[in-house]
Design a protein around this ligand. Structure first.
Ligand SMILES: Cc1cc2nc3c(=O)[nH]c(=O)nc-3n(C[C@H](O)[C@H](O)[C@H](O)COP(=O)(O)OP(=O)(O)OC[C@H]3O[C@@H](n4cnc5c(N)ncnc54)[C@H](O)[C@@H]3O)c2cc1C
Length: 459
């Protein structure tokens, strides 16, 4: 045991303190791969000194107290599937692996809520809810990997967000250990008007303002019916028009996945899923189909959309099997990255047009434009190839920064689902203006020793 382990062993069972190199290596990275860093903003990485696996809120309190005493940083680690480097180890400190705080404490069918520990994996929670006739409303690609605490901390968005909202929108109440070791518990109610909603210190907080130990979340009755639809439009613009009208007419699909991936198909492909009440979903699906057809779409067999739905978590299972891929610096000399931005819907098509010019100027290929959940949530997949441009990784990341700045200038937000981490930290000042100073003042007041995940979110 090294001296740090010896000190830690006084407050936590030594079997749950580790300096084993493979384990520390696993906990030092999330899903931000080497190839997605902006070469000019790549932070220095630093291996964690030690990993600790708490089992209770009280143990997390002890660890936070210890970190304050020793002036050590603490990185909360959930599923490690964050894509922006929120859980990346950039200071030698402690990593708190929350995955054993994974109990489902209470399912309240009458109140349609569940109280769970923060390290519970989304899929495990969903399966437990299924046995009681409920589902978890949050359904990202990473359902088999991501944890409740990690998903809240990135305010993540999933396939069904169209009707259930982001993970943050499903939070009723939270329990969190704050930087001074105090436990904050917010009231798990549907709505309150009794001061600030302090859940929002932690929703999207990436572990910088507190460590979430428990959450009470909304749960939803298993849908009576699920209706699938697939439509092929001649162009992105044509499909966008149909989707806008769908929302104008208050049709709200649980899943909306739209994109123009030229490598897979001509035109732009839309998958829709309506779920819930038997009769209402039939009407909604029929009206949505009529609308798409009136905009010139070709209707695809519903089995296409069903297959898409069935396969939707496969990519995350692959990620879980091969976490080392995060170290990759561009496969076959090709660098790939993407943006997920929120824009006023009136600006989406103008942004997409401008993006073509920006990417061309940087020698970057725009592989796909897409929408997820609603017309305002717009994404692009981009790639740059060694040989086609002088420094492919630099060209790609410069193009991305220019695109994100443009989104900000158009009144949008640079990211709607994956958080900031280290990757987007350099753009936080433009994103928030004076708001970033407010965040820094809150951080300084609550965490004067700057122990909670320092260096993330530009804090
Ligand atoms: C293949 C793939 C597909 C993905 N698909 C989606 C998708 O569809 N939608 C989507 O939104 N995201 C997606 N992501 C991103 C990722 O799954 C989410 O960001 C996820 O919500 C993070 O959860 P996690 O438990 O893995 O958190 P981690 O990566 O462990 O942590 C994320 C951040 O939260 C902090 N944190 C973790 N636990 C706590 C806690 N208890 N208290 C306080 N802070 C904490 C960490 O320090 C870090 O800053 C995908 C990622 C991959 C690799």
């Amino acid at each position: 045991m090294n001296p740090l382990q010896e000190k830690l062993a006084k407050i936590i069972d030594s079997e749950r303190i580790s300096t084993e190199s493979d384990y520390l290596d696993e906990l030092s990275w999330d899903a931000l791969s080497e190839g997605r860093f902006h070469p000019r903003h790549r932070p220095e990485l630093a291996a964690p000194l030690c990993a600790v696996t708490p089992l209770s809120t009280e143990e997390v309190q002890r660890l936070v107290g210890f970190a304050n005493q020793e002036k050590l940083s603490i990185v909360p680690f959930g599923g490690g599937s964050g894509l922006m480097g929120g859980a990346l180890s950039i200071r030698p400190g402690l990593v708190v692996d929350l995955r054993r705080m994974n109990r489902i404490l209470h399912i309240d069918a009458e109140s349609r809520s569940a109280q769970v520990q923060a390290g519970a994996v989304l899929e495990t929670v969903d399966l437990a809810l299924n046995e009681h006739g409920f589902i978890l409303g949050h359904d990202p690609w990473t359902v088999p990997v991501a944890t409740i605490g990690g998903a809240i901390s990135t305010n993540s968005v999933g396939y069904r967000a169209g009707i259930y909202g982001s993970m943050g929108e499903q939070v009723l109440g939270l329990e969190a250990v704050m930087a001074n070791g105090e436990v904050m518990r917010t009231r798990p109610v549907q709505k309150h008007s009794a001061g600030l909603n302090l859940n929002f210190l932690l929703i999207g907080g990436e572990g910088c303002f507190g460590i979430i130990t428990e959450a009470t979340i909304r749960i939803f009755p298993k849908p009576e019916a699920r209706r699938f639809g697939g439509f092929l439009f001649a162009s992105f613009e044509q499909g966008y028009g149909a989707i806008q009208q769908m929302f104008q007419r208050r049709l709200r699909p649980a899943l909306l996945d739209f994109g123009d991936d030229a490598e897979k198909h001509d035109g732009a492909l839309l998958y829709l899923v309506f779920e819930g009440n038997e009769e209402l979903t039939t009407i909604e699906a029929r009206q949505a189909a009529a609308l798409c057809l009136s905009h010139g779409a070709k209707e695809l067999p519903s089995s296409d959309a069903e297959e898409f739905w069935r396969e939707r978590h496969e990519i995350a299972r692959r990620f879980a099997r091969n976490r080392r891929q995060r170290r990759e610096r561009g496969r076959d000399g090709i660098y790939r990255d993407w943006i997920h931005v929120a824009l006023p819907s009136s600006a989406v098509l103008a942004f997409r047009r401008a993006a073509r010019q920006i990417t061309e100027r940087h020698g970057v290929r725009l592989q796909e434009s897409g929408l997820w959940v609603q017309p305002e949530l717009f994404s692009m997949r981009l790639a740059a190839e060694d040989g086609a441009v002088a420094d492919a990784q630099l060209a790609l990341e410069e193009a991305i920064e220019e695109l994100l700045r443009m989104v900000q200038q158009m009144g949008g937000s640079m990211e709607y689902t994956h958080g900031v981490g280290v990757k987007l930290a350099p753009l936080m000042a433009e994103e928030h203006g004076y708001g970033l100073q407010v965040m820094r003042q809150i951080k300084q007041t609550l965490d004067p020793n700057n122990i909670l995940n320092p260096g993330k979110m530009a804090l």
